[in-house]
Design a protein around this ligand. Structure first.
Ligand code: S3P
Length: 169
């Protein structure tokens, strides 16, 4: 089984993913960390020196390597499933995509002091998050095989998902 978590920045893909993997006895991979290790650079540095397009290409090429593993939970980057070719590749590799749905007000609160995500380093952060979330929401829903109501603490959501998945495994 290969579980892919997608959703907006701050929705808990990594913190829920790590806990979920532990509960299931699966491996865990974080796409952003994988790309940083492969490129030898932080995401912010890749955006700054090589541009967003290069980062998006690195995301696409990371999928095949990450998805070669079985029994794995993958935290996708917030923009990964906005490209149809990435969705197709996750599915081709046997992945099931879960969208972690968190209300935008909670996302704004969680992201208000973020200093690492290049897209958010702007003075109109709150308005930008609203706009980006409006644009992306339907895309996350359509990319997803399953939509998870993920408002709440990571520990709780991970437990809920593990219980749900236990019936499938
Ligand atoms: C991005 C989300 C980030 C990271 C990059 C771009 C996006 O991942 O991939 O900064 O376009 O939403 P997280 O969702 O893990 O923060």
């Amino acid at each position: 089984m290969k579980i892919v978590l997608c959703g907006f920045m701050g929705c808990g893909k990594s913190s829920i993913g790590r806990r979920l993997a532990k509960r299931l006895g699966y491996k865990f991979a974080d796409m952003d960390r994988f790309i940083e290790a492969r490129e030898g650079m932080k995401i912010a540095e890749i955006f700054e020196t090589k541009g967003e397009d290069t980062f998006r290409a690195a995301e696409t090429s990371a999928i095949e390597s990450i998805m070669a593993e079985d029994n794995i939970v993958v935290a996708a980057g917030g923009g990964t499933v906005l490209r149809q070719e990435n969705i197709d590749e996750f599915h081709r590799c046997g992945g099931k995509i879960y969208f972690l749905d968190v209300p935008v007000a909670a996302l704004k609160e969680r992201l208000k002091n973020d200093r690492n995500r290049p897209l958010l380093q702007r003075p109109d952060r709150r308005e930008f998050i609203d706009k980006l979330h409006r644009e992306r929401y339907p895309k996350y829903v359509s990319a997803a095989d399953i939509v998870v109501d993920a408002a709440g603490p990571a520990v709780y959501i991970a437990r809920k998902m593990a219980e749900m998945l236990a019936e499938e495994i």
